[in-house]
Design a protein around this ligand. Structure first.
Ligand code: FAD
Ligand code: SF4
Ligand code: SF4
Length: 472
């Protein structure tokens, strides 16, 4: 039985005063030596019991890959991770581990959980940087399961994973992506300081080497219809995500300098607005920014605005314990100087004579004992109001699927919240059309989108091979 080491080995990070001046990655990850030390903390729970495996949405054999780190065998560690997760450099950085694998780690009951995410990231980064990944890729010859042509709509984690799995199975895959750059939220949403674009570029390069074709600037439902894709391909996978921002229906919403977080982040991440005029797209950000919301999107928008030189306050209508962002991001935001205001619900945006926002009026809220269906305490306005100055507001209160495809392809059944209806094989109401990721779940996580992409690839393979029973 390994000796219990209660506290985790910290990963090196750039100091807050240095990182607020740039978009470079904050967390530097483990060195080989530190990763081995952290791996020693894993108690090697038996696979059939290990709670961390159950806590991971794609059930990676966590004790097995950690054991390989202890032995110094990064190649085997990567092989084990790849069985269930082909993008560990990404999930190791962005998974909400505290709610998943690490949230249930037994070491966490007496100390801090084993740092599974950072160990996963270490394996992926080390293997990529030392030619181990390339070696392993060469060894893993594609398994031919049958030939066919598949169109994937959307180049986010769901679409990319589905495409990669199908290509490995011997299919000819073409991705249709609406934007000028593939990656979905990984490209336009999550900023460089959390997920360097070179990691995504490397994964896209690997896909291209597998033969996957990526067509950007192709909006399915406009540039090409679903029906046209079905005529040309044996099956279609829809991974169009949930990129339509929810906005606030309150007075003043049309004032200038009120952004949705998606627009704000897209301008910064994808269009490099912070490098204007070197890059074409500008962004106007004032001195006092209020971000409304408390999820990862809110945290990313707040920390990006901070890096553009603004003073940033996050206003949330609930309390700290209900914030949905990753704990690491909340901690980083605080260290960097983002301020938090809780139990404030916006009721009006106040403008100046030029039609730009100059303040936000909030009603103070209080929590009740009663809980909603998500387990959060219900809140109620107490009739007291407070006005906070702001020359820029960023709204990050949630996202929903866009309806471009479903408005065009009326045969696709849709739930009231805009998500696509799928069966247990992830097939939509149109035979041969599969879907996964945020397009079927609403706003969820990268690993769930990837898990769907992988599951759909297997189902598509069965469908094309005629192994799937289709109900009339
Ligand atoms: P997306 O990543 O949204 O990709 C969908 C793609 O489809 C996009 O590229 C889009 O342009 C394209 N598309 C849409 N419509 C069409 C069409 N008609 N034709 C062609 N292409 C189309 N999750 C985490 O696990 N950890 C995090 O830290 C985290 N942070 C986040 C931060 C932000 C700012 C946001 C917005 C989300 C975050 N999430 C995080 C959630 C996570 O990114 C998503 O759950 C995940 O990206 C969903 O993957 P997807 O492939 O389903 O969709
Ligand atoms: Fe944990 Fe995410 Fe890796 Fe699963 S994929 S082991 S949840 S970090
Ligand atoms: Fe190791 Fe924790 Fe998983 Fe047990 S639950 S195998 S200690 S990571």
């Amino acid at each position: 039985m390994p000796k219990l080491i209660k506290e985790r080995i910290p990963t090196p990070e750039r100091p807050p005063e240095e990182r607020v001046k740039s978009f470079v990655e904050v967390n530097l990850g483990y060195t080989f030596e530190l990763a081995k030390q952290e791996a020693e903390r894993c108690l090697q729970c038996p696979v059939e019991y290990a709670p961390c495996i159950k806590g991971c949405p794609v059930h990676i054999n966590i004790p097995a890959f950690i054991a390989k780190i202890k032995e110094g065998d990064v190649k085997e560690a990567l092989r084990i991770i790849w069985n269930d997760n082909t993008l560990p450099a990404i999930t190791g950085r962005v998974c909400p581990q505290e709610d998943q694998c690490e949230g249930v780690c037994v070491v966490g009951k007496v100390g801090t959980a084993v740092n599974i995410g950072k160990l996963e990231r270490f394996v992926a980064d080390y293997a990529r940087e030392h030619g181990i990944e390339e070696e392993l890729l060469k060894e893993m010859a594609p398994k031919a399961c049958g030939k066919g042509r598949v169109a994937v709509v959307g180049a986010g984690p769901a679409g990319l994973t589905c495409a990669g799995e199908l290509a490995k199975l011997g299919y000819e895959v073409t991705i249709y992506e609406a934007l000028h750059s593939p990656g979905g939220v990984l490209a336009y949403g999550i900023p460089e300081f959390r997920l360097p674009k070179k990691i995504l570029a490397h994964e896209l390069d690997k896909l291209r080497k597998l033969g996957v074709k990526v067509l950007t600037d192709h909006v399915v439902g406009k540039t090409v219809t679903l029906e046209e894709l079905l005529e040309e391909y044996d099956a279609v996978f829809i991974g169009t995500g949930a990129g339509t921002p929810k906005l606030l229906n309150i007075p003043g919403i049309l004032l200038g300098r009120i952004y949705s977080a998606n627009e704000f982040l897209t301008r910064i991440n994808l269009m490099k607005a912070y490098k204007f005029p070197e890059y074409d797209t500008p962004i106007a950000v004032g001195k006092k920014v209020i971000v409304i919301g408390a999820g990862n999107t809110a945290m990313d928008a707040a920390r990006s605005a901070l890096r553009l030189g603004s003073e940033v306050t996050i206003a949330y209508r609930r309390g700290r314990e209900d914030m949905t962002a990753r704990i690491e991001e909340i901690g980083h935001a605080e260290e960097e100087g983002v301020k938090f205001e809780f139990f404030l619900n916006p009721v009006e945006f106040i403008g100046d004579e030029e039609g730009r926002v100059k303040a936000v009026k909030f009603e103070r809220m209080k929590p009740l004992e009663e809980r909603d269906r998500k387990g959060k305490r219900k809140i109620v306005g107490i009739g007291e109001y407070v006005t906070l100055e702001a020359d820029t507001v960023i709204i990050a209160i949630g996202l929903e699927p866009n309806r471009i495809i479903t408005e065009e392809a009326t045969g696709l059944k849709v739930n009231p919240n805009g998500t696509l209806v799928v069966d247990e094989n992830l097939m939509t109401s149109i035979p041969g059309v599969f879907a996964g990721g945020d397009a079927i779940r609403g706003e969820a996580t990268v690993i769930l989108a990837m898990g769907d992409g992988k599951r759909a690839a297997k189902a598509i393979c069965d469908y094309i091979e005629g192994k799937m029973k289709i109900e009339d």
